[in-house]
Design a protein around this ligand. Sequence first.
Ligand SMILES: Cc1ncc(COP(=O)(O)O)c(C=O)c1O
Length: 395
Amino acid sequence: MYTSDQMQIDIGRGSWIRRMFEEGLELKKIHGNDKVFDFTLGSPCVEPPPQFQAALVDVVNDPTPGMHTYMQNPGYPATRVAIARRLTAESGIEYTAENIIMTVGAAGASNVFLRSVLNPGDEVIVIAPFFPEYSFYIHNQRGTQVVSKATPECLPDLDDLRGRLTDRTRVLMLNSPCNPTGRMIPAPILKEIGEMLRRHSEKIGRPVFILSDEPYRNLLFDGLQYAAPADYYDDTIIVTSFSKSISLAGERIGYMAISPRCKGAAKVFEACAFNTRTLGFVNAPATMQRVMARIQDWESNVPVYQAKRDLMYNGLTEIGYKIPKPEGTFFMFPESPIADDPKFVMMLKDELVLVTPGTGFAAPGFFRISFACPDQVIQNSLPGFRRAFERAMAL
Ligand SMILES: Cc1ncc(COP(=O)(O)O)c(C=O)c1O
């Protein structure tokens, strides 16, 4: 065998998102691009803000020598200062450059953090439905994944969560607003989670961390204020990126913010800086760090995504679909009209509508729509959604 036993299992399990996306490519070849309605990939559909282009040109034309050399593993101090300033203004928590490590996206940050705090076999709780890559990050870093289920409204189920805590619990991963549901965890739930984890950490004699995965934090609709896990629990580490907020997914630029209220912040910083190096990232991309230091006044294009959310949500609920209303992101997670979500996804595929089954997010009975696509695609897909719904109801 050329690859490890575990790789064969992981690759064999595959990804529903990828599978449906590839099915879409085949269908597009047969029917033409405009006849296939593809809601599979979670890729932003707006361009980065104009100040990004200007800052990039500025950086590229900067004649200062040494612009592209190695640097300190956590990243350029000027970038970390700029990020800390913005985060402090957004959150009211006093972050400094010593709390910020620049990373290769939120994905890189999650791997670095998990590597830094997990002993082999330590447990990491995820709340289903969750972004399926979490399982691989946890496994990469020698952890054991524990799944807690969400309520029917797609929010953490506090009783279920309490029942999952053990003396091996090390990390609770939260993702708010969430891929795949678009739901934001409201403050009262975060408060209860904070109290629960404080009690549990005391009981087991070591801190349980919250790993707060926040790449969609700035994509919130209807003027909603972000409820931040770090406000309710001191041992919170934010991982995030500019992949979704300003459409820089391919540039692989993100960061980790260790709460200054975390008593072990300096130790966690030291370990994460070390692992940034030893996991082979070494540092986040230099040019992008310089760009981000220059454009900390960016804003996400919320109105565009909110209008798409409304178009999709109103269209589908009018047909009869039940959907926990997304408060952010560019995803929604409707209930499948039949319990067998992969089967319903195939019924949609018959209508040339491509979505991802909830099973792929550890939440059978639902399916995920990524509505980051042209309005026309949403509009033209609705008759197909209707026909599939009616066929399912007639079963
Ligand atoms: C919930 C969630 N976390 C993390 C990531 C990884 O993002 P990044 O591009 O910042 O690594 C994604 C990307 O789709 C995501 O949806």
